[in-house]
Design a protein around this ligand. Structure first.
Ligand SMILES: [Zn+2]
Length: 375
């Protein structure tokens, strides 16, 4: 039986349509809204007034419009009406970022607080977070929630660390943080938050294998615009696929995992900075170049294997992403072509479009997305 739509639902739907039209087009006139959405002028006027009063939108100067011979008032959404907070928990520091409804950075802060599974650590981090939120003058009701990006796997309900060997935090509950904070809190796997950032900046992206090449290796599978968690929450943990049975020891306790070949720890010498390493590579310094070639060769083996399982685009992200160049991609495609049984086009390995702050921003974005979906 077809359900009829109530007048209230129509009203809510019009409000949502108008808000999202303004959101998408950034600056629009009342006339444009009415014309593009096929709504009557009184309906548009009433909705705009109500949303302006609530603080969701504001009059943003004047704009040219084809429908009247003069400039009309322009409307924009208030980007900081609600704010998402993303936190990246690392071994030696904590990175925090606040983003508005466009996912744009409002404020960012990094604090050197070494991770420790202790009450004083959790209280200390939360104290810093409150300080951070106060620093840009946000009110409590503006904060949608705080996402904590962890170097570890998270349970599907986002409440517990399922596997956290890097920080020795397996079993950690979100309540350790949330009981000191007046906002909703959740965990997110750092590779997932990086992939969420990628999705945000590439709205056309629906399917991809995202590789996070950072201090540690991580990955996320994007399918139909969503991140795949898997039955037990450990889909795409490619970092522990064994590549060399007699290879170096991985933090998981096994030998020769992808992590031991494709992380920055594997690539860089003790105390070496990524930037300096790439300066040497691009200046053709032989030993750095040799290390880079080995790394890229291992990367091509890994990508080839994963690409045989899932034929999709591969996005190379993480700390390495800003240093990658066309030449590296050509090398990878060429290596893969020699390994794989099928003719391979040179178009499926891409560089991340969002190489900076992607993990912390991606931890904040689910809150923003949820808010936008409800409006
Ligand atoms: Zn491992």
């Amino acid at each position: 039986m077809k359900k009829s739509i109530t007048p209230n639902q129509i009203k809510q739907n019009n409000r949502s349509l108008i808000y999202h039209f303004i959101y998408k087009n950034r600056k629009v006139s009342q006339q444009d809204i009415a014309y593009e959405l096929h709504l009557s002028r009184p309906t548009v006027t009433a909705n705009l007034s109500a949303m302006e009063e609530e603080g969701l939108i504001y009059k943003n100067g004047l704009i040219d419009t084809e429908f009247v011979g003069r400039k009309a008032s322009a409307y924009s959404i208030v980007p900081a009406y609600r704010i998402g907070i993303g936190v990246e928990i690392l071994k030696k520091e904590v990175k925090m970022i606040a983003v508005n409804l466009y996912g744009e950075k409002i404020c960012r802060m990094a604090s050197e607080i070494p991770f420790e599974r202790s009450e004083s650590y959790f209280r200390g981090v939360c104290g810093k977070l409150m300080e951070f939120i106060n620093s840009f003058g946000a009110k409590d009701e503006q904060i949608l929630g705080i996402g904590f990006a962890m170097q570890g796997l998270i349970t599907p309900d986002k409440q517990t660390v399922l596997y956290g060997k890097i920080l020795s935090c397996t079993g950690l509950s979100i309540t350790e943080f949330s009981r000191h904070l007046p906002y909703p809190c959740s965990f997110i796997h750092d590779a997932d938050s990086a992939a969420i950032s990628e999705l945000w900046v590439s709205p056309g992206l629906t399917d991809a294998f995202y590789l996070s090449l950072s201090k540690h290796l991580g990955a996320a599978i994007i399918s139909k615009g969503m991140i795949l968690d898997g039955k037990h929450g450990h889909s795409s943990t490619i970092e522990h696929i064994q590549m060399q049975p007699n290879g170096s020891l991985c933090y998981c306790g096994k030998h020769g995992c992808m992590e031991t070949l494709l992380s920055l720890t594997a690539l860089l010498n003790e105390g070496e900075e990524l930037e300096n390493f790439f300066l040497k590579v691009r200046e053709n310094e032989p030993s750095a170049q040799k290390r880079w070639q080995f790394f890229l060769t291992d990367l091509s083996r890994a990508v080839n294997m994963l690409h045989l399982i899932y034929d999709t685009d591969f996005i190379l992200g993480g700390y390495i992403a800003p240093y990658l160049c066309e030449e590296d991609l050509t090398f990878l495609h060429e290596q893969i072509r020699q390994m794989t049984p099928f003719p391979e086009p040179s178009d499926f390995i891409l560089i991340s479009k969002m190489p900076q702050h992607n993990i912390s921003i991606g931890a904040a974005l689910p809150y923003v997305r949820e808010f936008l979906q409800k409006i």
